[in-house]
Structures are given as structure tokens and as C-alpha cells.
Ligand binder design. Structure first.
Ligand code: ADE
Length: 220
């Protein structure tokens, strides 16, 4: 899987790409992530990427040309181009799974007050990570990249994500580690019993209970 991220702020991705599971996945060549500054694609002498809006109004608007040139330089018939924006489809675990099967993703990070509406004609889908407005698409691009990368074969153990939240529309069951008694807070007896069938059933019941309590909407 290859992920190209188009942004005006490449250094925002330094920590994200060079720590923990994402770094390991890149080192093991399970994913190739490239961060590209689309300012380099501006044909204007000062590499300007934005301009004032037609019809007036405040703020600056991202111009089509640098972004579209960048997309066109990267795109192949196997690419899926995704624009990060608050008006997009709400990002869910099921969507992460579908996208994890793609060969090549191009994630486009908008910035400033907005972008020229015609940019929409050059992307395959639009994704939002929630109903709030961020200063740019960089954090959303990291969220989407992270959620997808951890699902790629070999990145984390399949058993880890098979049992966790949002699989089968259930939240994760509670987990505990040593000590068995922390300040009087005891680990449920069943987990110390060694009875694997009983533990499995208990975990499932806890998932249902937790989901009903916290996210009843998932059960509908
Ligand atoms: N850009 C700004 N806010 C965003 C959001 N909530 N999701 C995706 N991209 C965004």
C-alpha cells in the first residue's frame, strides 16, 4: 500500500511518521508513505498557492492549479484520491477497512479558509473525521493514515484488531494486567480462573453491556 499526502505543511507529519507502529510499518516496507508539498507545483513565480475569492469576501482560497498538478503527477489508474474536508463522508472503521484494500491513496489536505470548488472535480471521495472544523486537513490525513495502516497485513497482530472496538459493531471488552488487586480494585475472578470458554463468554457479555451503556446507537 502506498499513501501520498499532499499538504502545505509537510513537517507536521514528522512525529507521526517517525514514531511507534507507523514507523515500524514503514521500516518493514508494509506501507510506503510520502508527504508532498503541493506548493512545489505552483507555476507562479513566488510559488503562491492561494488567492482572493471571486465575488469578494474575506480570506484566501486555495487555487486549483498547484493541487490539481500535484494530483495528476501522482495519479495512476489504481489510485484513489481523497479530499479531507468537514463536508465529506464521516470516517468509520468500516471505511478504514475498505480503504486498506486499495493499492494507492492520495490524501489531499486543504488549508486556509477554503479551496476552489472546482478541486472537487479531481478527487474520488471526500472524507471528514468528525463534525467540527479544524485548521486544515493534516490531522485528518494522519487519522485516516493511522487507521488504515494498522489494518495492513503484518502491521499489528490480526487477533488484536479482530477483537477490538467496532468489530461486529461492538466496543472492546475490558482488559486488566498485574497486580490482581490495585488499591482494592480487583480483577474480575473469571479472568483468573483459567477457564477459556468462560472467559470468552464473559468478554462477549461485557462487550454487549459496554456498547449498550456507552454507544447504544451501534446496536441499532
Ligand atoms: N478539514 C478541516 N476540518 C476537517 C474535518 N473535520 N475532517 C476532515 N478534514 C477537515
Amino acid at each position: 500500500m502506498k499513501i501520498d499526502i499532499l499538504t502545505l505543511f509537510p513537517s507536521m507529519f514528522d512525529g507521526f511518521l517517525n514514531e511507534s507502529i507507523i514507523k515500524r510499518a514503514r521500516d518493514k516496507k508494509l506501507v510506503e508513505i510520502q508527504v508532498i508539498n503541493f506548493r512545489d507545483f505552483s507555476k507562479l513565480s513566488n510559488h503562491q498557492v492561494d488567492d482572493t475569492p471571486y465575488g469578494g469576501g474575506g480570506g484566501m482560497v486555495l487555487r486549483c492549479e498547484p493541487l490539481v498538478s500535484a494530483i495528476e503527477s501522482l495519479r495512476t489508474p489504481q489510485s484513489k484520491v481523497i479530499l479531507m474536508c468537514p463536508q465529506g463522508k464521516s470516517f468509520k472503521e468500516t471505511h478504514a477497512k475498505t480503504l486498506s484494500l486499495e493499492k494507492h491513496l492520495i490524501l489531499v489536505c486543504g488549508h486556509y479558509e477554503g479551496f476552489d470548488e472546482r478541486i472537487r472535480e479531481f478527487v474520488d471521495e471526500e472524507v471528514s473525521i468528525g463534525d467540527y472544523v479544524l485548521t486544515g486537513g493534516e490531522l485528518p490525513a494522519m487519522v485516516v493514515t493511522d487507521a488504515i495502516t494498522r489494518l495492513l497485513p503484518g502491521v499489528i497482530k490480526k487477533e488484536s484488531w479482530e477483537q477490538e472496538s467496532f468489530q461486529e459493531n461492538l466496543l472492546d471488552y475490558p482488559t486488566y494486567t498485574k497486580p490482581s488487586d490495585f488499591r482494592g480494585l480487583k480483577v474480575p475472578e473469571v479472568l483468573l480462573s483459567g477457564d477459556h470458554a468462560k472467559i470468552k463468554e464473559w468478554r462477549y457479555q461485557e462487550q454487549v453491556k459496554k456498547t449498550k451503556e456507552k454507544r447504544n446507537d451501534l446496536l441499532k
